[in-house]
Design a protein around this ligand. Structure first.
Ligand code: DAH
Length: 358
């Protein structure tokens, strides 16, 4: 019995002294392994008298359990210690200031997308997305632009190669197809904006083959032109940060809206310099209108019950206007000097409360 007590103390000390999982495993093998000290003592039970065994058996079993639990407890503690050491070693100090020459800049397209998202989110809109590679159906037909419609030519579409009997695929020429996809996927009412990339085979100072648009769609039971007007006027004032911004809705035509309009904002071109919100000139910023009943039908929405408005706007274009950027092509040149000049500070998230741009 004295042997057992002594061994128990020794093993407890060995377990406590094990400094890592490897050392602990050695202790386990030494005590409980096939040739371990406790195991050998247990093997000795067979050669004892019945009386001796009655004493030694339970004591040895208790020892085995005690050592086993001590090892388990130590293993858990060591694992925690190991994790803590790793976490301490791998920690990053996020409060470290970035050296100004290493700080990145936010691209005007990202900045303006964040700004307009903040404005429309405040009006209850959510952001939806759709694929850049579209079918002819979603890009045109479902938007009330049937095959042979002249509007198809105006879009300078990039078509993808496809098998002769497969449906034609293209790079979307506008964000409008997401209207259809969204209405098909979810039941009305709808209140979404869709910022994203769009593509047309066109390139000059104000056109690039890839550019950005934001689409807007509101569908509910009693939506009328007054809602469209209020929504877009509210947006334009908030975006250009001019409270008494002059605006006019000019009649226009889009196959997917009826009636259709374009929104112009007041500006001046005095001395060759564009100033928004001043002077007697006008500048077009977006197309809009009441969603055509055919578009609702293609989307599985009953036009007798639901109606609404939609709008589409060039993100790059309103970025150029707001921030006085002259050449669109520079947006996509990846010239760091340009980004340094026209970009925005990374940590300043645009918000209506905190300000859109600083
Ligand atoms: N999809 C049009 C374009 O790219 C823009 C547009 C005009 C979108 C009117 C609309 C709208 O939703 O109602 O030229």
């Amino acid at each position: 019995m004295q042997d057992i007590d002594k061994l128990s103390e020794e093993l407890a000390a060995a377990v406590a002294a094990a400094e890592d999982l490897e050392a602990l495993e050695e202790v386990r093998i030494r005590a409980l392994g096939r040739k371990g000290q406790v195991t050998s003592l247990m093997k000795g039970l067979g050669s004892m008298t019945a009386d001796e065994r009655k004493m030694a058996g339970p004591a040895l079993n208790a020892l085995k359990d005690r050592v086993g639990s001590a090892i388990e407890a130590r293993r858990e503690a060591l694992k925690d210690l190991e994790l803590e050491a790793r976490l301490a070693g791998e920690s990053l100090d996020l409060s470290l200031p970035v050296r100004p020459q290493n700080a990145g800049r936010i691209h005007p397209v990202s900045q303006v997308t964040d700004e307009l998202t903040a404005i429309f989110a405040d009006m209850g809109f959510t952001v939806a997305e759709g694929p850049d590679v579209e079918t002819d159906f979603y890009n045109f037909t479902a938007l009330n632009i049937p095959p042979e419609h002249p509007a198809r030519q105006m879009h300078d579409t990039f078509y993808l190669e496809s098998a002769p009997d497969a449906e034609a695929m293209c790079l979307r020429t506008h964000t409008s197809p997401v209207q259809i996809r969204h209405m098909q996927a979810e039941p009305p009412p709808h209140r979404i904006i869709v910022p994203g990339r769009t593509y047309r085979c066109d390139s000059d100072q104000t056109h690039t083959p890839m550019f950005h648009q934001v689409e807007g769609l509101v569908i509910d039971r009693d939506i009328h032109m007054g809602h469209l007007k209020g929504c877009l006027e509210g947006f334009a004032r908030a975006f250009f940060e001019i409270d008494n911004l002059r605006m006019r809705f000019r009649p226009s035509h889009f196959p997917f809206t009826e009636p259709s309009a374009e929104l112009d904002i007041g500006c001046s071109y005095e001395g060759g310099e564009l100033r928004i919100g001043e002077g007697d000139d006008w500048l077009e910023i977006l197309g809009c209108g009441m969603v055509h009943p055919h578009v609702l039908e293609y989307s599985g929405v009953d036009p007798a019950e639901w109606q609404g408005f939609a709008f589409g706007m060039g993100i790059d274009r309103i970025a150029m206007l707001k921030y006085g950027i002259p050449d669109l092509r520079a947006f996509f040149d990846c010239d760091l000097r340009w980004l340094e000049h026209y970009g925005f500070a990374p940590a300043d998230q645009p918000s209506l409360a905190g300000g859109l741009a600083r």
